[in-house]
Design a protein around this ligand. Sequence first.
Ligand code: UAG
Ligand code: ATP
Length: 518
Amino acid sequence: MSTGDALSIRPKHPVPVPLAALAERFGLAAPDGAASAASATGVSLDSRDVRRGDLYVGMPGARRHGADFAAQAAERGAVAILTDAAGAELVREAGATLPVLVSAEHPRRLLGELSATVYGTADFDAKILGITGTNGKTSVVYLIAELLRAAGLTPGLSSTAERRVGDEVIPANLTSPEASELHGLLARMAEEHVEGVAIEVSAQAVVRHRLDGVHFDVVAFNNFSQDHLDEFGDLESYFAAKAALFTPERAARGVVVVDSPYGQRIARESRIPVTTLATEYGQEADWYLAVTRQSLDGVSFVLQGPEGAMFRGSVPVFGRFMAENAALALIMLHEAGIPIARVEAGLEGGRIPVFIPGRLEEMTTGGAGPRFFVDYGHTPGAFEAMLDALGEVAPGRIIFLFGADGDRDTSKREEMGRIAAAGADTVIVCDYHPRSEPPEAIRAQLLAGARSANRATVIEEGDPRAAVRLAISMAGPDDVILYAGPGHEDHQEVAGQFLPYSARDEVRGALREAGLLP
Ligand SMILES: CC(=O)N[C@H]1[C@@H](OP(=O)(O)OP(=O)(O)OC[C@H]2O[C@@H](n3ccc(=O)[nH]c3=O)[C@H](O)[C@@H]2O)O[C@H](CO)[C@@H](O)[C@@H]1O[C@H](C)C(=O)N[C@@H](C)C(=O)N[C@H](CCC(=O)O)C(=O)O
Ligand SMILES: Nc1ncnc2c1ncn2[C@@H]1O[C@H](COP(=O)(O)OP(=O)(O)OP(=O)(O)O)[C@@H](O)[C@H]1O
């Protein structure tokens, strides 16, 4: 996540839609009648992001009611506020002058269709591809974008790291944007003649109606492991949220990795046609992936599918799972009607030249000396995948640096510590986003897990800047340092404050101090 101060991407030439038409279509009451004369050119859920001509949607939230921000929305040029009955009362009490439209149901429930209507996104005819799963969604999104480019198509994307339309890029503040932001983004993509869109879909987005009004051509599921129990309570509810994407209301076709029982279950229970991918022979599937070569510089693979379909290629990021991410992206394009041969024609020797910000991103320059990678992994599943992968390709020792989120799923911490120490030679536990929790209490849980593995040398160094330098000072020429957690991020969230912190800048600086980078 970014610090949340980024504005959303909007169409440059919006077409005004009369509020009266919206009121009629969505059954909204307009008690003061004033709304009927005006038109909306955009929709915003956040008063800080309101543009002139917007319909501001004031929703009840966990902390505040959006209607409390009606005055700010009006100042910024909103034409009206759409809210619930409680919100309308708040606007009236505050004496705000903004015309009010009132929804009898929770405004979130109509936000998707309403935003699609205002932005006219139902007419956008690009291929829309969505990926869900616990780990690797962002990576798949960037791979899809790269493959679309290779096929000669203009890509657009929405990921945890950023939203991108051509050269226009903004940092993301949520993995999956709220529906109003998503439709604004799609409308801008339509203006830029984007032909294929890759969207990262979180489980939260499905249950919070953030995808409403979008119909995917293809959705994919890659893997599933523990995360977000703070939100969903149990794994079954978290899984059900992801599985709900595989329904005709949301998507036309699906692609599923069936290596895990969860993948097999999605494939079995899906209400849309699905194509399956396995990375292990013996598992029944439509497509098979075999890794042919791997090193710290990347992974080569062969993908075989129905009717002789085949792709032989490589990705410049290490890990078997990166080959799996690439295979999934290729099959998603294939299922969207973009043949593999067309993609291949745009690649040199099958090499997919993808850059994924903050995902196993190398900070060193390869060659001699220790190598340093920064990653966004923050789940037991991601730790296991990364350390297994490193175990296969690291020439020397593995030094693993990590922390954990405060105020988020606390039950995964010990397991993260245990997996880290089972897979690395040295682990250094530092702070990530402590948020409102005491950082030393988070570290204590990670350390307890790490010590229970009885394997790696376990070190505590709360200050991430010092931990980075400590890791570098310990590394020999063949060693690999992996710093998991912060990825592309630009801040640390401590006790309600967003403090500037870029792990990538910090690591590059420390490598320069150590004479390991020019
Ligand atoms: C738990 C959750 O999903 N919370 C979301 C929710 O916040 P909230 O209910 O607390 O909102 P609030 O602060 O009470 O504000 C109420 C309303 O007033 C508006 N407001 C608020 C302040 C202001 O100055 N002006 C203004 O208009 C807000 O936009 C909101 O509509 O509505 C906000 C506005 O859309 C979201 O930013 C916020 O996401 C928070 C940041 C969050 O952390 N969400 C996580 C759980 C999430 O969705 N994560 C997933 C998955 C990530 C992953 O895979 O790792 C994701 O898709 O990002
Ligand atoms: N297919 C995969 N299986 C397991 N782990 C993976 C896979 N792909 C990537 N990872 C690991 O998970 C980390 C997170 O990857 P990525 O950001 O692509 O996932 P994500 O699903 O988008 O996560 P988030 O929802 O938290 O943004 C990577 O940095 C890598 O360590």
